[in-house]
Ligand binder design. Structure first.
Ligand code: F6R
Length: 369
């Protein structure tokens, strides 16, 4: 039931903090990660795998891309992400030491299911990250880690997305513990930061009103671009997908580093560009690079809406609007940065008078090819 909400999507965005909290619950012991459902796979398997391949479609694939950055960094195992429909038709090479991780809210997406079946036939191990108890994909997999986002009714995925990312983080941390690629103290520090995210998300949700104002001003816009870097890149893709599917506006997400390789030619006066700004505390100086991207597009007339960490004053002179997110470990920023983009897609659709829960031409669960 929608309760007092204007749409299921509005309700489900408000549930994003709980989706993260409920996905963590029961999986942390003494400050370390222990996902009981992974016991079935066994630590030997987690130690012996030499490759992780994440397969999914749509928003779930973007969750997997965030997962790739974190799992690879923490567990020092190569991680690739592939769209299930591209994977299944090219006779991909897999070995018994490949762990294929599928991500699906519904657990019924045909392409993802067929990709999992193929992986099993090839002798790979399969782990399902799924939001629907007893769905087909988890039943076809060696192990399942459920995301506890609760039932998602709106066609556009929101709370399931943050839960999928959270499950990837937990899996990556447990893998790092088992493979001893992170010291226990480092894992504890990350877990403690992750546990703060639900409360931080509640703060971000308070920015929804400002986003609604922006969206209403922009109701006539014909194109919106999204830029992000590192874990902000999949969030840019997610922001663009939501705008396409909900508001029927042409939108593209780019890796900020690609700008000079083509997309900057799109910038003309008045072009709206959302930029997910990395934390200035990050050692890789990605913040400075993205601020410099903002200067480049601003000089060509772009209207920049920056999503930036609280206290990041360096972006202020360069952005037309700054949406603040609380300080988190850089890997966890996607959870916080995506919420304003979920709001934006919903509000722009609402401003255009569209049905945000049931966009045209789309189904919640894609059980056909
Ligand atoms: C976008 C969206 C879709 C799904 C995709 C996969 O908002 O909801 O892109 O993410 O169809 O669905 P599941 O996760 O059920 O496999």
């Amino acid at each position: 039931e929608k309760g007092g909400w204007s749409s299921f999507m509005a309700k489900e965005i408000s549930e994003e903090p709980d989706a993260v909290a409920n996905t963590i619950r029961g999986r942390v012991t003494d400050g370390l990660v222990h996902i009981p459902e992974l016991d079935g796979l066994g630590d030997d398997v987690l130690r012996s795998i030499d490759r992780v391949l994440i397969i999914a479609c749509g928003t779930a694939a973007y969750a997997g891309m965030v997962g790739k950055y974190a799992i690879e960094q923490w567990a020092r195992v190569p991680v690739d992400v592939e769209l299930a429909h591209e994977f299944r038709y090219r006779e991909p090479v897999l070995s018994p030491n490949t762990l294929v991780v599928s991500i699906s809210q519904s657990g019924e997406t045909m392409d993802t299911l067929m990709a999992v079946k193929y992986a099993r036939e090839q002798g790979a191990r399969t782990l399902s990250i799924c939001n629907t108890q007893g769905a087909t994909i988890p039943r076809e997999s060696d192990a399942v880690v459920y995301t506890h986002a609760g039932p998602e009714v709106a066609v556009a995925s929101t709370k399931a997305f943050v839960a999928q990312i959270t499950a990837c983080y937990l899996f990556g941390l447990q893998l790092a513990q088992v493979r001893e690629t992170l010291a226990a103290d480092a894992v504890r520090a990350l877990v403690a930061d992750l546990q703060k995210v639900p409360d931080q998300l509640r703060d971000v949700i308070a920015s929804g009103e400002r986003i609604a104002e922006l969206a209403h001003w922009m109701a006539d816009t014909r194109s919106v671009l999204f830029l992000g870097r590192h874990v902000g890149y999949p969030i840019a893709l997610e922001g663009a997908l939501k705008l396409k599917e909900l508001a029927y506006i042409h939108a593209e997400g780019f890796a900020a580093g690609e700008l000079k390789h083509g997309p900057i030619a799109l910038i003309e006066p008045g072009q709206i560009v959302f930029v997910i700004v990395p934390s200035p505390r990050d050692e890789r100086s990605l913040h400075a690079k993205v601020v410099s991207n903002i200067q480049e597009i601003r000089a060509r007339g772009a209207r920049v809406i920056a999503i930036a960490e609280a206290g990041d004053v360096a972006v202020l002179p360069h952005a037309d609007e700054v949406i603040r997110i609380p300080l988190a470990s850089p890997f966890f920023e996607p959870l916080l940065a995506v919420v304003p983009l979920h709001f934006f897609g919903m509000e722009l659709a609402a401003a255009k008078g569209l049905d945000v829960d049931q966009p045209r031409n789309l189904a919640k669960s894609v059980t056909v090819e």
